[in-house]
Design a protein around this ligand. Structure first.
Ligand code: COA
Ligand code: ZN
Length: 319
């Protein structure tokens, strides 16, 4: 890895953006009470997370789970330097997010036509055209624009998504003044090879925009894709507490890569996240209790690497 031109050296600061309250809670059948959402997000801040995608300003008919977006934001204790973002599909969402006081908006368009129609009920070209007014408003309000791109590594309806298509949308976001483009692996189709191809295609066509990688662990290679991202010089990753997550409008979608597992991997590899793993595991426990079923995160179950057990409480194998 160290011989690749962009690879991030050990000790580099990596940003972990927590998306569970948005990507996770949007997919839960049972609606989580607003007060519990606030408690969980505040506990995330207390664990050291500084970037949280906390909700969506979308149609409450499309996603009733996040209809309380403004109330959740109003209840948060936001630490100095924190960046609170929300997903928005259109200008109405941007206006609502600005009124609620977000620091950043995460626009959403898909790299594949069929998923864009399913997710936001309009063609890709229409979404991108509409984002011009969104970007104007956000720049006037001093709100950061992060350009989200769903199905960036493959589409459950169309299959392969060419890196050129991903680079074209990234370039459009760069031209709109977005700070970052976020490549969403909506149904866990990314592999190290496709991650490398997409990142390199963006660098060739939109060299000024930062890149965020947003993986789902549907096929078990999410953290391998993170390692490829690091080797390609990416320093910003989304993840979801306990491995919650999924998209109600994408067949076969399952959870994101898990925040505790990602923080564990990064810290044990010599990178700095500023996040306290033990406290994060406690937040994952609270989230698991809230959801009422086991979450897929593995560090949540196993604990940190140096967790010690009492030998007196462990059976001895005797012949
Ligand atoms: N917030 C709240 N309400 C919204 C809204 C928003 N951002 N955007 C549109 N609406 C309302 C309109 O005001 C209108 O309400 P009315 O019928 O009471 O007048 C209604 O929704 C329909 O508006 P329209 O622009 O025709 O939307 P649509 O039916 O074509 O749906 C979206 C388009 C984008 C609003 C909808 O598909 C959506 O919310 N998608 C988000 C999906 C999502 O969150 N996916 C998971 C994340 S990847
Ligand atoms: Zn996602």
């Amino acid at each position: 890895m160290s011989n690749t031109p962009h690879a991030l050296p050990e000790g580099s600061q990596i940003t972990v953006c927590e998306v569970g309250p948005r990507d996770g809670f949007q997919s839960e059948k049972t609606i989580i009470p607003t007060a519990r959402k606030i408690e969980i997000a505040n506990a995330m801040f207390a664990a050291g997370l500084r970037h949280i995608q906390v909700t969506s300003f979308v149609s409450p008919r499309a996603v009733p789970q996040l209809a309380d977006a403004a109330e959740v934001i109003a209840g948060l204790d936001r630490p100095e330097g924190s960046v609170l973002s929300a997903l928005i599909p259109n200008l109405k969402g941007a206006e609502r997010a600005a009124a609620a006081g977000v620091d950043a908006v995460h626009t959403v368009v898909s790299a594949s036509e069929t998923h864009n129609l399913k997710n936001v009920n309009r063609p890709i070209a229409q979404s991108l055209q509409d984002f011009a007014a969104v970007a104007d408003l956000m720049h006037r309000e001093g709100i950061v624009v992060e350009g989200g791109m769903a199905t960036a590594f493959g589409c459950p309806f169309e299959g392969v998504v060419p890196p050129e298509q991903v680079a074209m949308i990234a370039r459009r976001y760069q031209d709109l003044g977005a700070k970052r483009v976020s490549l969403g692996d909506t149904t866990g189709m990314a592999t190290p090879a496709t991650v490398r191809a997409a990142v390199q295609a963006i660098r060739a066509k939109a060299s000024e925009i930062d890149i965020c990688l947003h993986f789902h662990n549907t096929r078990g290679v999410g953290l391998a894709c993170v390692m490829t991202g690091l080797a390609e010089g990416v320093s910003y990753f989304d993840a979801s507490i306990g491995g919650l997550g999924g998209c109600p409008f994408a067949a076969g979608a399952t959870g994101n890569i898990c925040t505790e597992d990602l923080v564990y991997l990064l810290e044990e590899s010599g990178y700095c996240t500023g996040i306290d793993l033990e406290r994060l595991i406690a937040v994952a426990g609270l989230t698991q209790d809230t959801i009422g079923r086991d979450l897929p995160g593995q560090v949540l179950k196993a604990g940190p690497r140096l967790r010690r057990y009492d030998p007196d409480l462990t059976v001895t194998a005797t012949g």
